[in-house]
Ligand binder design. Structure first.
Ligand code: ADP
Length: 492
């Protein structure tokens, strides 16, 4: 009996495999961290062997822990760190360079140079703001800097893929060469309106079309893994970028639905349905997960330093020993005592977009204690998300009535209550905050016929906790005012 879906979540710092049963409950899980490579300041790479090795290891471990064999798995769902770029030899499968990670800034000065000339074209076609973050300039860098790569690419001997494509190619021993709309939409080469690779952009970035994978819906029968992976071939039936997986995993399938993931950074995504909303507030427009050929449009904004501010309390200031302690400290004081932290450690993203802004702490007095600092740090996460939500409300022209939340820092009840208070709207945390793996599993299960409908899945999902706003208008306005002033001081 095929009673399980295997979800593989290939993230930035670790790979995970999660086996779900028919009720969407976790049967077994395995996780492995891998090395971050920093060849120069601002550069970030992963070894393709580490990516593959960790994925193979967690798949095997999860299957052993669940005590199941390949013939019990109805399908595999893949979800991945987005934008990270790999180029490999079409014959041997050998990568010509390490994976260049989304965080890597090596092409930042090139992006600055092309901004004036190409920003409008790029935004019109891809919904993105030209930035080193997206894959296009990473591919160009590899072709320009690896000896012989450009010539080989022009002869059709090299392939490009984001991590989903690389995994599928490797897991199928070269049989599957494909990606999905959500990953393609982050390359800066894909036209999100025509849903095709864009010739003009390929020309601008010097990327031969022969390198590019076929683009399919996120829920799709991509093909079978090689039998060496699980002992017998298993169908891969979804591939989806991590943030869009979480959006789907939170059941945000209707226009206006949105979720925020509180991880190292924060990612706010809103499904805008058939409407590709043009942002006037520094958000990007991208594609969401679908089971068919018409993926929904999505508005996306991100906060660079979210949960990372808590890591800073722990590793930089050393005022807490573990992340959970931030909540205990914050609750010991009634408010932040007028202290605001703007954690612009690497500049500020949407809606400010100031790369040279730097972090500040304002309002310190003789009475300021570490409790106030911890509280102000957690509040800073909520204020930044609040700024993103306001930008999104303006762009989409709707008022948000509920924020779905997930991610590691969403465990923090204080943070979520403050978030609800400052937004003046409920924050809803599902019982399972593994929404990324769940989203990929739902898409795979629906494609494989393992589940019949999203409603069926939803009826099994446990409702989590709702944080209801409980703050007076006066207090909210005073706090937001203080935050806005602090941000003003952090901007250059
Ligand atoms: P990522 O997927 O980006 O690696 P996770 O979703 O695993 O991130 O979340 C990790 C982040 O959440 C870290 O930045 C950590 O500081 C933060 N975090 C974890 N637990 C808590 C907590 N109880 N309170 C606040 N932040 C937390």
């Amino acid at each position: 009996m095929k009673n399980y879906i295997l979800s593989v979540d290939q993230g930035t710092t670790s790979s995970r495999a999660v086996i779900f049963d028919r009720r969407g409950q976790i049967k077994a899980m395995a996780q492995q961290e891998f090395k971050q490579i920093y060849p120069q300041s601002g550069w970030v790479e992963h070894s393709p062997k580490d990516i593959m090795g960790s994925v193979m290891a967690v798949i095997a471990e999860a299957a052993v822990r669940a005590d199941i064999s390949a013939d019990e798995i109805a399908g595999i769902g893949l979800t991945n760190q987005r934008e990270t770029t790999l180029v490999w030899d079409a014959k041997t499968g050998k990568p010509v360079y390490n994976a260049i990670v989304w965080q890597c800034r090596r092409t930042a000065s090139y992006c600055e140079k092309i901004k004036e000339r190409y920003s409008e074209i790029i935004y019109e076609k891809t919904g993105l703001i030209p930035d080193a973050y997206f894959s296009a300039t990473k591919i160009k860098w590899i072709l320009d800097n690896v000896a012989g790569a450009r010539e080989k690419a022009e002869r059709g001997e090299l392939l490009f893929g984001t991590v989903d494509t690389f995994l599928m190619w490797q897991l199928s021993k070269g049989k599957i060469f494909a990606t999905d709309y959500t990953n393609a939409a982050r390359t800066m080469l894909f036209n999100i309106h025509t849903l095709k690779w864009d010739e003009e952009l390929l020309d601008i970035f010097g990327v031969p079309e022969s390198m590019l994978p076929k683009v399919c819906p996120s829920g799709y029968n991509y093909g079978f893994t090689h039998k060496s992976v699980l002992g017998a071939p298993v169908l891969i039936c979804s591939a989806v970028g991590d943030q869009q997986a979480a959006l789907f995993g939170q059941f945000c399938t209707d226009a206006g639905d949105l979720k925020n993931t509180y991880g190292t950074g924060c990612f706010l995504l809103m499904n805008t349905g058939r409407r590709a909303v043009r942002s006037e507030n520094g958000l990007v427009t991208t594609l969401g997960a679908s089971l068919g050929d018409r993926p929904p449009y999505v508005l996306e904004g991100s906060v660079f330093v979210g949960g990372a501010v808590v890591q800073w309390l722990r590793d930089g200031l050393k005022i807490i020993d573990c992340a959970d302690e931030s909540e205990t400290l914050a609750r010991k004081v009634e408010d932040s005592g007028g202290v605001y932290i703007v954690p612009a450690f690497t500049g500020l993203g949407a809606p400010y977009w100031d790369a040279s802004a730097r972090g500040i702490i304002t309002g310190i007095t003789r009475g300021t204690m570490r409790e106030h600092i911890a509280r102000a740090a957690l509040e800073s996460i909520a204020y930044q998300v609040c700024d993103l939500v306001s930008a999104m409300e303006k762009d989409a022209g709707i008022k948000i009535t509920c924020l779905n939340v997930d991610g590691g820092a969403s465990k923090n009840d204080f943070l979520l209550q403050f978030q609800a208070d400052i937004l003046n709207c409920p924050a809803v945390r599902p019982e399972a905050i593994e929404t990324t793996a769940l989203g990929a599993a739902y898409l795979a299960g629906l494609t494989a016929g393992f589940w019949n409908s999203l409603d069926e899945i939803r009826s099994n999902a446990n409702t989590g906790r709702v944080f209801t706003p409980d703050m007076s208008v006066d207090v909210r306005e005073r706090l937001l005012n203080g935050w806005n002033k602090a941000v003003g001081r952090a901007l250059k």
